[in-house]
Ligand binder design. Structure first.
Ligand code: GLN
Length: 491
């Protein structure tokens, strides 16, 4: 049952071969028995109440395609009932009085919440090791990281603890964990998915999206997720093109004549040979499907790391100022006066990486350095976006390359080396800085440092609003290959 896709589960639910309650019980049982530390909060009663409501809709004939299908939410989306921690001690025990728009929409579609999944604290990280609630284990290899920051979401899908999960991507946090865990994820165009109730890390970059087994499942989930929201001031409006579409509509289109841009900068020094081999084999597969490969250049790629690690911390330092012990979550128990309360609360509540980013962000925004760092980074951000537009203008329809330079690394091996973590984001950051949609699909296995089986992801980047095209391309690949159907041993 748990190896079925959302699409298959939907058919079973609608033909009454399984009930939403049976499905919910099945997945809750798997979650309770699992040892990946993927889930942070599960509440059987809350889940089963939603499942009963879904069964009612299925019986009355008012069910939609996702009614009764279980979903796990990244613990950065606020939820009524389930606790929301953002992976931080700062929000330990916090329960939101409202649901995030994304959660609300899935609820309205009749999906059944299984619980909240682990993440790097405030989504800052690439390995899920920055969670205050412990690291998540990669279901393929318990000694490997699952990627981050949506490590819990990707691990939950890989271990088949849920058929669907929400995630967020600020600089790669949907694509990279999806790659490390051998599952499918898509980050939509910036502004298409509401950020309301998605705890803010870097507001000009943060974007929600789904992780699931297949591109087709991601299309079904995007059908609910995408759309204007008046409660998010950066939400793209209908007039700006943010119309709700049926993302399954183009899945079956053939790929004849598709021009795939292959950026030289994504295949240079630093790319592990096992990753390169799997990605090049995937490109060959696309040629067999009728596509043509075009050599392109994205010359500013290397600048995406310093640019992102100025802009993201700058925005984070501002966003995280709200956690002061007055309004939300943790407050120090002993203090002399108000200033001392702020200081102790923040010293106790935030983890090392979050503190580091608040310091860096405050530094680059301060009076004397603002022009030299922050303004300069904004200018380079524009040049990075221009690189993509030059490629899409006349050379290619989409861009493909690796998601990360290596497969998942060993737990602990980079835990105390922030720069090593930052460098591993090289192929995902520029897409985020440009606000473009990007996808990760499983395309093989590498070995990393060990002889374990660790998945490799293929990244597909499109122009603004090209989600349906990315899903079409990914679906055609998944019709021709079976990487997305492989599961870790024992699953
Ligand atoms: N790894 C990047 C960071 O640490 C991206 C994280 C994300 O996309 N949320 O900031």
């Amino acid at each position: 049952m748990h190896n079925k896709t959302i699409k298959e589960l939907s058919t079973l639910l609608h033909s009454k071969q399984v009930s939403a309650t049976e499905l919910a019980r099945h997945y809750l049982g798997r979650i309770d028995a699992s040892g990946h530390n993927a889930f942070l909060h599960v509440d059987h009663e809350l889940t089963l109440a939603q499942a009963a409501a879904a069964d009612e809709r299925l019986a009355q004939g008012t069910a939609g395609p996702l009614t009764g299908v279980p979903i796990a939410h990244k613990d950065i989306f606020v939820t009524r009932g389930w606790r929301t921690t953002a992976g931080s001690k700062m929000l330990d025990g916090y329960v939101s009085p409202f649901d995030a728009t994304v959660v609300d929409r899935f609820k309205a579609a009749g999906m059944v919440t299984l619980g909240k999944v682990n993440l790097d604290e405030f989504a800052m990280g690439s390995a899920n090791e920055n969670s205050a609630y412990g690291a998540v284990r990669n279901p393929w290899d318990a000694s490997a990281v699952p990627g981050g920051s949506s490590g819990g979401s990707a691990a939950a899908i890989a271990a088949r603890l849920a058929p669907a999960a929400t995630a967020t991507d600020t600089g790669g946090s949907i694509r990279q964990p999806a790659a490390f865990c051998g599952v499918t994820g898509i980050k939509p165009t910036y502004g298409r998915v509401s950020r309301f109730g998605m705890i803010a890390f870097a507001s000009s970059l943060d974007q929600g999206g789904p992780i699931a087994q297949t591109a087709e499942d991601c299309a079904l989930l995007l059908n609910e997720m995408i759309g204007f929201d008046e409660r998010d001031s950066t939400s793209l409006t209908v007039e700006q093109g943010n119309v709700r579409e049926d993302y399954t509509r183009d899945l079956d289109k053939p790929l004849d004549g598709l021009r795939i841009g292959v950026p030289a900068e994504y295949f240079g020094e630093g790319l592990a040979s096992d990753v390169e081999g799997a990605v090049r084999a995937a490109l060959d597969q696309f040629v067999k499907l009728g596509a043509v490969l075009v050599d392109i250049s994205l010359p500013k790629t290397a600048l995406s790391i310093p640019t992102y690690y100025i802009i993201a911390p700058a925005e984070a330092s501002s966003n995280l100022s709200r956690f002061d012990g007055v309004r939300y979550g943790h407050r120090a128990s002993e203090y002399k006066d108000l200033q001392d309360m702020y200081r102790k609360t923040r010293a106790e509540g935030f983890g090392t990486e979050v503190k580091r980013r608040i310091l860096v962000g405050t530094y680059v925004l301060c009076h004397g350095y603002y022009d030299a760092y922050y303004v300069q980074a904004q200018k380079i951000r524009r040049l990075i976006a221009d690189d993509f537009q030059a490629a899409f203008a006349d050379k290619c329809d989409v861009i493909m390359g690796p998601v990360a330079p290596t497969v998942a690394w060993d737990l602990g091996s980079k835990a105390n080396d922030p720069v090593a973590n930052y460098l591993a984001d090289i192929f995902t950051l520029s897409t985020s800085l440009a606000g473009l949609p990007g996808m990760s699909i499983p395309c093989g296995f590498g070995t990393g440092d060990k002889n374990g089986k660790r998945p490799v992801g293929l990244q597909i980047i499109g122009n603004y609003f090209a989600e349906a095209k990315l899903l079409n391309i990914a679906h055609q690949y998944q019709q021709a290959t079976d990487w997305h159907q492989r599961t870790p041993e024992g699953v």
